[in-house]
Design a protein around this ligand. Structure first.
Ligand code: CA
Length: 230
């Protein structure tokens, strides 16, 4: 089954978030187009034929609400996820009033965003990737959130599930602790990267990952899911 690669337009001016989204979305296999200001974003939304737009509310020139309204007035129904730093109920409502399909409040975690993206792409008829991931005797079902080993259900915390899903989607890729932290906890998480080791350790216990391990520690780098001989 081939995945239909969706093209995502990111209209956002904050460099940290741009990098966070660019890296993360590319990992997920999406094509990413970046517009660091509103006018350019609007232009790309009209001419670049994106499958989905991640639109920041506060931009240096035209704000996100105006961009979204203009697109809808032009009859453009591309799914839009609005990024907003505001948390009041009124702002959420006004965000949705503009024709945005969903909104997400900063700070957000990458997993949360990807879940929204997948849901919107599914709704708009975009083919999404296979729901069932499999490696050796472990299966992970991304729609039912179920993990099994030898057919027996394993109970993982949401963080452990996210980590395992990430590894299973990208076998052999080496993830640094920083990348894993960003992915699971969001770009502004400022805790100790050792927290990653703790979650990995719990995950290994639960999936009974004994040496030679499936989830390998890559000395000086991070972690990688790899079954090849070392
Ligand atoms: Ca902004």
């Amino acid at each position: 089954m081939t995945e239909n690669q969706a093209r995502i337009l990111v209209i956002e001016d904050e460099p940290t978030i741009i990098e966070f989204l660019r890296t993360g979305l590319k990992y997920e296999g999406y094509e990413v187009i970046i517009a660091p200001e509103g006018k350019r974003g609007l232009d790309l939304a009209e001419k670049g034929n994106p499958d989905l737009i991640i639109l920041d509310l506060m931009l240096p020139d035209i704000d996100g609400i105006k961009i979204c309204k203009k697109l809808r007035m032009e009859g453009n129904n591309v799914p839009v996820i609005m990024l907003t730093a505001k948390t009041s109920v009124e702002d959420k409502v006004s965000g949705l009033d503009t024709g945005a399909d969903d909104y997400i409040t900063k700070p957000f975690s990458f997993d949360e965003l990807v879940a929204r993206i997948r849901a919107l792409l599914r709704r708009s008829g975009h083919k999404t990737e296979t729901a069932l991931l499999e490696i050796e005797d472990i299966t992970l079902d991304t729609s039912s959130m179920e993990v099994k080993k030898n057919g027996e259900t394993i109970h993982l915390t949401p963080t452990e599930f996210s980590l395992l899903e990430l590894f299973m989607r990208h076998p052999k890729r080496v993830f640094t602790r920083e990348t894993l932290l960003n992915r699971i906890f969001g770009y502004d998480f400022s805790g100790d990267t050792n927290i990653v080791d703790v979650h990995i350790s719990h995950l290994r216990d639960k999936i009974q990952d004994k040496p030679p391990r499936l989830i390998r520690t890559i000395y000086g780098s991070g972690y990688s899911l790899n079954r090849d001989k070392e």
